[in-house]
Structures are given as structure tokens and as C-alpha cells.
Design a protein around this ligand. Structure first.
Ligand code: ATP
Length: 687
């Protein structure tokens, strides 16, 4: 019986076929898989560069390109007859002898570039890879057929020019060497291309190599598998090597933190980790994300990954941490807790008095960032506690004054039977602690609500929420799998996990799958180089890169807010005329007023795209994004900034948070980013 493996390029091409052709092609593939008499048969490619390549006719004027070995057929592309024949002739396929993964080569493209490189070589004595002999290059898996071209290269841009023609497992180590890196560094670059799937490497064994390259091949054992692979979005089936490694690692002995820049596939990795743990069946899995909206989206995506495996799906709950806290408290107290509304909460702080020096904003921060963060319960504990991130020094008298003012608010809340969400998290953590007792050293996983917790968007969780998550899962292998990006922090939760008793092993995702190089490098300048949170030291964006190029972000200044809105409406209308669906376009602004103005102007023009405040953009993705009102006096929002004379450090943190908001909004755009302002541009804009 023939065996079928599907590549993501094939699946992507299949999604793009007209509906009628898709149906016909699916029937043909089913027949092929079942070896039916009317199944398509492999047709040899005349003039091709790889004898293993054949095509299969799937539908009228359409065919697949397959790489064959024995009964194994790896489908690598699909298209019209002309497209398929051209792809089949142009490419060759190989197993990398150093790391055993499959490689796709644009052999014709490389042949075409040779004369230009030869001319460059004649004009210069420099050689890009002069420092490395052939044996060195072959040892890191470089194909001997590439060596003559490499020997012609005189400058780094020659290598960059052929990047699209090379498999990443060739380009990545060569790029390191071209930048002056060592062979050891080139080997490290190869780590991004390999997975932990082991076994002896045999360059002639295509099936084993495909198993070692799960991002390039999914095996379809039967027609059901085939249909699943071809109908689901690519991320549900094909994981990139690093994602695959982190998501499927059988046993982590400590909690794990995976960081990565915007669009690096953290949520996809978290989803697959949850699925892997659920399939393993060691106990209930909780997948936590930031908001209820994101939880609903993650739940929908998990359904796709675990589709058909009802037992595994039933082991995973998806929710946000506030809902978890609410549920635990409600169950323990026998009724749903009351949460204080934002307006009432702000009113209570206005009542609180602690002399002239400490205003409402100062007191709220002191409560949330020092007292609730460390779960301080008495004045004595508060007197002795460190106050990380707080720059205004407090002596013992000040602390007593501040403590009493805060206790006034806490008392008012208690008397009215209401709590804040952070108090709820803190109470839930304490309830769980009590329920399991102080069983020091005694492991009773079954007494915790979950066996595994997977956390997405971790950068904004408060220490009280971390205590809750820690208490909800036993300290055991594979307990906490955390993904987040310190650069996308939107709230004041600047903690290092190690400091709150979650010592993590850290991994990094280094490629953005969402952003083009142009949007990524522009947005990185918005962000400033550094961010803190989750990890103790600063995490920079260095080494984080995009895989593809796209249009540069458009930044447009207008003379008035009215002109800016008119500009927005005509731009979005143009996008729609170009065929971009409305639900793949988002418009966003810092203030609710601007959002309302933009929404009604767009509605008047008959346009119903998503319009939301910057905060709402977290975790989402759109093809095209318009960020409006990026003007001085709007972003950073003046009323979100602590006055410098009151607390300069708090002000610097506020500024960083506002930058983070803009950065998050701009990095939602997978295809095109538009940024506008009227009057003076925001100081954050890299103009
Ligand atoms: N293995 C994959 N195959 C195909 N597409 C992928 C893969 N992994 C991620 N993507 C796509 O890349 C984009 C970003 O993925 P994801 O949302 O997981 O990134 P993220 O790091 O969580 O982003 P952010 O932190 O900016 O919200 C999405 O469009 C996702 O579908």
C-alpha cells in the first residue's frame, strides 16, 4: 500500500485551490491511499533535477508533485499542470547528513545565479568562506554541490541573495560563518532546524528523515487523517522545529518558560503542549490565558488540534486566571464572590487619605505591587518587606500611615462583601493552600485541581495570580509550561518568576512567523531595546528575526483629527476594494473616544471592520492593521502617567507600559501596518 506524507507547502497550495478542484483532488488522493484501480499514478519528470520527483494528476488541469522512495510518497506541492511541472523540474530534495532533516533546494535558481557570482569572484580576491575548508563545511551538513558556489562568494550579501533558494538548515549555519562566527556557533544555529526525534542518520532513508522533520511532513495513515491534515490550518498540524521540541518534550523536571517576540508562535506552542499533556493522560490540564475572549479563541483552536480525540479534549479546561480564582472561591464559600466595579474601586481610593504626600494612585500601586504582591497581612510584615520597583522611600512612620490608609479601603471592601480580582486570586491561592494542608515533602498530586498548567500571555500575570497557579498544580515534572513575551507587557507586573518561587528553565523562540522583516524592525524601534518581567535580567529583541519581507509600515501625519479620520476611511475602503475581507482588518486607538469616532465614521461609509482600543489587540492577529491617533498628548496617555515629581521611577515604568501597548498593537499586522497621527507625532514614533 502506498504511504502518504504531506508537506505544509502542499497543504497550503491545496487550501488555495478552487472548491471544485479541491473535492476532486481529495477523492483522487483517497483512491491513491487505498490503492484503488482508478488512483492517480506517478508520472516521471522529464528534464528534472531529481530522479525521486514525480507528479500525480489529481484533477482536471491540476497535479501534485511527489518525492518518492519505495511506497512512500511525500507530497511537496500542488497546482495547475504547468505550475506542478515547473516546480517538479526546478527542485531537488535531500537528507541533511549532519542532522538528518529533509531539505528542499531550488536547484534551478542556484544554477541561474552562478554566472553573476562568477563575475563578482573575478573582480575580487576576497572570499567569504576562505576561513573554512571543504571538510569543515561538509561536517556541518553543507551539500557538496553547493561548495563551488560558496567558493565564488566574495561578500555577505551574496549569501543573503540566495537565502530564498536554500533550505534553512543550509542557510542558518552559513549565515553564522559569513558573519564571522565559529563552527561551534554554526552548529548551534542548526539547533533551530532539528527536533529531538533521534535514530541513526541515513541520508538514503527518506521516511526516517521525514519523521525527523515534523514541520515538513505529516503522515496520513488513512483517509480520515488525510482529510484532517488538508482541512485544518497549518499550525494545527505542522510545528516548526523549536516549537515541536518544546511542545513534545516528554519530561521537564522544572517549570518551563518559553519566551519569544511577537508572532513567534508561542500560543501555538502552548496549545500543542496542552494537547500533548492531555493525550498523555496523566491528569487534568488547565490552559490559562489572559482574558475570557482569548480563552474562547484558544479553546476553539484546541478543538482543532484534538479534533476526534474526545477523551484527550475532556482533560483540558481553558479559561482565564480571574475565572479560575472566581470558581475556586465560589466553590469554597458556597456562593459566587462579589467583585468590586472599577468606578466604585476608584471612588474608594479617592476617600483614602495618607497625608498630602501619598495620593490615590500611589496608594493603589503600593497595595497592588507591594502588599498584595507579597501577600503581606500585618503592619509588621509590611514594615519589614522590600518594596521592589517603588522609588519613593518610606520610613516606619510613612509605612504606618500608608498601611492605615490602605486598610481603610480594604475594610470598606470587606464590609460591603466585595473584592478586587487580585484579592480574589490571593484568596483562591490561600484556599488551595489550606485545602492541601502543609504537607511539606508529601506529594499528593491528586489533591490539587490540576496535574499540568499551561500559561499563555504570561507577561501580565500578577504575583497573586502566580501564587494561585502554583497552588493549583503539584510540584512535579511537567507541572507548569509558561509562554510569554516581556516586551508585550501591558500592566504593571514586573516580576521575575524565580523571585516568586517558580524557578524556570528558559527557552527562546527566535523567528517571527507573523511579521514581515519590515514591520518587525520598525516595531522593535518603537519598543526600545529592553523589557523586564518574567525573567530577572533584561530581555532584548536581539537575534529575533522575521522569515519574510513585506511592505514597509505606512506612517501618515494629518493637519487635523477630521482629516486623519477621513484618511482612515478612504484607506480601509481601498483595502476592502483590494479584496481583503473585513474581518481581517483592525483599526485601533489609545482612547475609547477615538475608537468611537473611527467606528462611526467607518460605519457611515458602510465599513464594519473591528475597531478597538489598543488593550483589546493583545493576542490577536489581522492581515492589515491601522493604528490611529498616535499623536503627542494621546500616546502616552497623559492621565496614565505618574507625575515625575511624585515618583520618577513609576513614571518611567508607565512610559514603558505605554510603549508596550503601542508595540503590541503594531505587531498584530501580518501583512500591512498603517500608523497615523494629527498634529505633533507621538514621541514614541521612530520618524
Ligand atoms: N507551526 C506553524 N505553522 C504555521 N503557522 C504558524 C505556526 N506557528 C505559528 N504560526 C502562525 O504564526 C502566527 C503567530 O503565532 P502565535 O499567535 O502562536 O504567536 P505568538 O508568539 O503567540 O504571538 P504574540 O505573542 O504576538 O501574540 C499565527 O498566524 C500562527 O498561526
Amino acid at each position: 500500500m502506498p504511504r502518504l506524507a504531506i508537506s505544509p507547502r502542499f497543504a497550503e497550495g491545496f487550501h488555495a485551490l478552487p472548491e471544485r478542484i479541491c473535492q476532486e483532488a481529495l477523492v483522487a488522493l483517497r483512491r491513491f491511499l487505498c490503492n484503488a484501480p482508478t488512483a492517480p499514478y506517478p508520472e516521471k519528470v522529464r528534464g528534472g533535477r531529481d530522479a525521486k520527483v514525480a507528479t500525480l494528476r489529481l484533477a482536471e488541469d491540476h497535479r501534485a508533485v511527489a518525492v518518492r522512495q519505495g511506497d512512500l510518497h511525500w507530497l511537496v506541492s500542488v497546482g495547475t499542470d504547468a505550475e506542478a511541472w515547473s516546480f517538479a523540474r526546478r527542485h531537488r530534495f535531500r537528507v541533511n547528513p549532519a542532522i538528518g532533516v529533509v531539505e528542499t533546494w531550488d536547484a534551478e535558481g542556484l544554477e541561474r545565479i552562478e554566472p553573476a557570482l562568477r563575475r563578482a569572484a573575478e573582480a575580487s580576491d576576497e572570499r567569504l568562506f576562505a576561513g573554512f575548508c571543504d571538510t569543515d563545511l561538509l561536517a556541518i551538513g553543507i551539500d557538496h554541490r553547493l561548495l563551488p558556489l560558496l567558493r565564488l562568494m566574495t561578500a555577505q550579501y551574496h549569501l543573503t541573495a540566495i537565502e530564498p533558494l536554500l533550505p534553512v538548515s543550509q542557510y542558518a549555519p552559513l549565515a553564522v560563518l559569513a558573519e564571522g562566527g565559529s563552527l561551534a556557533a554554526a552548529w548551534r544555529a542548526l539547533d533551530c532546524c532539528r527536533t529531538p526525534v533521534t535514530g541513526e542518520i541515513d541520508p538514503d532513508d527518506l521516511a526516517a528523515a521525514l519523521r525527523r522533520t515534523p514541520g515538513e511532513a505529516a503522515f496520513a495513515a488513512d483517509p480520515r487523517d488525510l482529510e484532517r491534515i488538508l482541512t485544518l490550518p497549518l499550525w494545527a498540524t505542522f510545528l516548526h522545529p523549536q516549537q515541536y521540541t518544546y511542545a513534545t518534550w516528554p519530561r521537564y523536571d522544572t517549570p518551563v518558560l518559553v519566551t519569544g517576540g511577537a508572532g513567534s508562535g508561542k500560543s501555538v506552542t502552548a496549545l500543542h503542549r496542552a494537547a500533548v499533556l492531555a493525550r498523555a493522560g496523566a491528569g487534568p490540564v488547565l490552559l490559562v490565558t489572559f482574558s475570557q475572549g482569548l480563552a474562547a479563541e484558544m479553546s476553539r483552536r484546541l478543538d482543532m488540534i484534538l479534533g476526534g480525540d474526545d477523551a484527550a479534549r475532556s482533560r483540558v479546561e481553558v479559561m482565564n486566571v480571574d475565572r479560575l480564582a472566581h470558581r475556586i472561591v465560589a466553590e469554597a464559600e458556597g456562593r459566587p464572590p462579589k467583585v468590586v466595579g472599577a468606578a466604585d474601586y476608584a471612588g474608594l481610593w479617592q476617600e483614602a487619605r495618607a497625608g498630602d504626600r501619598f495620593g490615590a494612585a500611589f496608594l493603589v500601586r503600593e497595595w497592588e505591587q507591594v502588599i498584595l504582591a507579597q501577600d503581606l497581612r500585618t503592619l509588621e510584615e509590611y514594615q519589614a518587606a522590600p518594596r521592589p520597583g517603588r522609588s519613593v522611600p518610606l520610613d516606619a512612620d510613612d509605612r504606618e500611615l500608608v498601611w492605615n490608609a490602605i486598610q481603610h479601603v480594604a475594610g470598606r471592601l470587606r464590609d460591603s462583601g466585595r473584592r478586587t480580582l487580585l484579592q480574589l486570586a490571593s484568596d483562591a491561592a490561600n484556599l488551595l493552600g489550606r485545602a492541601v494542608g502543609d504537607l511539606l515533602g508529601e506529594e499528593q498530586p491528586e489533591r490539587r485541581p490540576y496535574r499540568h498548567i499551561v500559561v499563555d500571555e504570561a507577561q501580565d500575570l500578577h504575583p497573586a495570580q502566580w501564587r494561585l497557579l502554583r497552588a493549583a498544580v503539584p510540584e512535579a515534572p511537567n507541572d507548569l509550561f509558561i509562554v510569554g513575551d516581556p516586551h508585550q507587557r501591558m500592566f504593571d507586573t514586573r516580576i521575575a518568576l524565580t523571585d516568586i518561587g517558580i524557578p524556570v528553565r528558559r527557552f527562546r523562540l527566535k523567528l517571527s512567523y507573523r511579521l514581515s522583516h519590515e514591520v518587525l524592525s520598525w516595531s522593535a524601534r518603537l519598543r526600545g531595546g529592553l523589557a523586564d518581567g518574567l525573567v530577572p535580567s533584561h530581555a532584548d529583541l536581539g537575534g529575533f528575526r522575521a522569515l519574510r519581507h513585506g511592505p514597509r509600515p505606512i506612517v501618515r501625519g494629518y493637519v487635523s483629527p477630521e482629516a486623519e479620520i477621513a484618511g482612515l476611511v478612504s484607506l480601509v475602503a481601498e483595502w476592502i476594494d483590494e479584496g481583503v475581507p473585513e474581518d481581517e482588518i483592525a483599526v485601533t486607538a489609545r482612547t475609547p473616544q477615538l475608537v468611537a469616532t473611527a467606528r462611526s465614521a467607518l460605519r457611515e461609509a458602510g465599513i464594519t471592520v473591528r475597531v478597538m482600543v489598543l488593550h483589546g489587540m493583545k493576542g490577536l492577529e489581522f492581515r492589515r492593521v491601522a493604528v490611529i491617533g498616535v499623536a503627542d498628548g494621546v500616546i502616552p496617555a497623559p492621565d496614565a502617567l505618574t507625575p515625575a515629581e511624585e515618583d520618577p521611577v513609576a513614571r518611567a515604568h508607565d512610559m514603558q507600559r505605554e510603549r508596550g501597548l503601542l508595540y503590541v498593537a503594531c505587531t498584530r499586522a501580518s501583512e500591512m501596518l498603517y500608523v497615523s497621527y494629527s498634529g505633533v507625532p507621538s514621541p514614541f514614533l521612530p520618524l
